[in-house]
Design a protein around this ligand. Sequence first.
Ligand code: C5P
Length: 206
Amino acid sequence: MIIAIDGPAAAGKGTLSRQIAETYGFQHLDTGLTYRATAKALLDAGLPLDNEEVAEKIAREVELAGLDRDILSAHAIGEAASKIAVMPAVRRALVEAQRTFSQRKPGTVLDGRDIGTVVCPDAAVKLYVTASPEVRAKRRYDEILSRGGEADFAEIFADVQKRDERDMGRADSPLRPAEDAHLLDTSEMSIEAAFQAAKVIIDAAL
Ligand code: C5P
């Protein structure tokens, strides 16, 4: 059984996906990390972000077992990830690895931008998790402050909008809800409320 969770940056997909995977005992893959790991490997090696052939080769070397959100969370890595994510050859390489993962037992939760539309179109449950750009920017802002960091709300807000444009506007696998996805707008929901809403949908499909 595959649970596909898509949505824009900072919509709360990550937390929700982890909770769902834990509750149902499923394996979880945050597919954004595969794009981030590819971007980080390119940046670390001083390789260009605009050479599709080079980026594809690096994408094929990404190890799913070594993905760590703490190491890959830097803002520059997220930016670079969304740039290489427009390249069809990079997407093909990473989607292959993601599909292989999706077959693991006893079931899987994959979260990203194109899981319900491209990676796992036959997923048993598809959720499209979203929230207004303002709410998503505020959540990211609060998260940085709570970790003792400094942040500028206007900058984060502009960033969220830029990332949305790139993810929704690209030609290959743009971010959009699958036709059979359940929409979950978490703008006015707590994490717990979003989880309960997701659970009702998943339980109905089990
Ligand atoms: O979700 P996260 O912010 O870690 O993803 C980083 C970038 O990777 C996204 O902005 C998006 O461009 C890309 N991505 C994608 N398809 C996915 C997951 C992430 O294009 N399935």
